[in-house]
Write a protein that binds this ligand. Structure first.
Ligand SMILES: [Zn+2]
Length: 113
């Protein structure tokens, strides 16, 4: 799943939950430009927020953060991900680069800094 989309869904779910909770506790809802408006609690919005929140939690493991730095396991060169050829090393051509964090988890002995 696209990371940006995931973040967006997570934010929407949190907004729904916060608003739902606010209305539930105070009977008022904050509307942009109008301030606090007396609002009837809408359970369906609150439940949708919960469902969306659970859904994004389940999708979290399937969502990959964009890789910022990548390292080539062959020539040991570190690249900005945008400088790789669709994730492949620009020097070695057919070698897949790895996320730098995963790389050092796999080869901790190479970490010198
Ligand atoms: Zn390489």
């Amino acid at each position: 799943m696209n990371y940006t989309l995931w973040i967006l869904l997570r934010i929407i779910s949190i907004v729904m939950l916060t608003q739902g909770l606010l209305i539930f506790l105070t009977g008022y809802n904050f509307v942009k430009g109008q301030g606090f408006i007396k609002t009837k609690f809408d359970l369906s919005i609150f439940l949708s927020g919960i469902v969306l929140f659970i859904l994004t939690s389940l999708l979290k493991s399937k969502t990959k953060r964009p890789i910022e730095f990548a390292k080539c396991p062959k020539c040991k060169e570190t690249f900005n991900y945008n400088d790789t050829l669709d994730g492949k090393c620009p020097n070695c051509k057919d070698v897949d680069t790895m996320d730098i964090k995963e790389y050092y988890e796999k080869f901790p002995e190479e970490k010198i800094e």
